[in-house]
Ligand binder design. Structure first.
Ligand SMILES: [Ca+2]
Length: 138
């Protein structure tokens, strides 16, 4: 009986905690959107895969495909900092990561060559444009 009542108490605590947290989690998210551009020698109508990463070399936490370069949106990202990447899927595999030789681009707000994270904090973040380039072009 003693063990059982302890279990109930723990369950109640966990349940209360979840009920308090859920509304906050639901609101603390946003959409990162923008346009992709391509500066290179392949056909820009290939599928483009845009992805959000917690670190530049980590697995993406979200991704979206677009038909050719242009407008994209990564919906419902939890609050946090993300590195946004895009690549031109010249082999039309429809998924990442990019294969060797496929043109890639990362969001770099000031164009200094160092990646810049995008901060989501409870609202949408538009204007995150990414230029995709051939690897040998720069
Ligand atoms: Ca930068």
């Amino acid at each position: 009986m003693r063990i059982r009542s302890l279990g109930c108490k723990h369950f109640r605590l966990i349940f209360t905690g979840a009920a308090l947290l859920l509304p906050a989690i639901a609101q603390a998210a946003g959409t990162v959107s923008g346009e992709t551009f391509y500066d290179g020698s392949y056909d820009p109508s290939h599928t483009v895969l845009i992805s959000a990463h917690l670190y530049p070399e980590s697995e993406p936490v979200d991704s979206v495909l677009t038909s050719g370069v242009g407008a994209y949106a990564l919906d419902n990202l939890d609050d946090g900092d993300y590195y946004i990447a895009a690549f031109l899927d010249i082999h039309e595999r429809g998924e990442g990561p990019p294969e060797f030789g496929e043109p890639v681009g990362w969001y770099d707000a000031d164009g200094d060559g160092a990646l810049d994270p995008v901060t989501v904090s409870g609202s949408d973040v538009p204007g995150i444009d990414i230029t995709i380039q051939d690897l040998d072009s720069g």
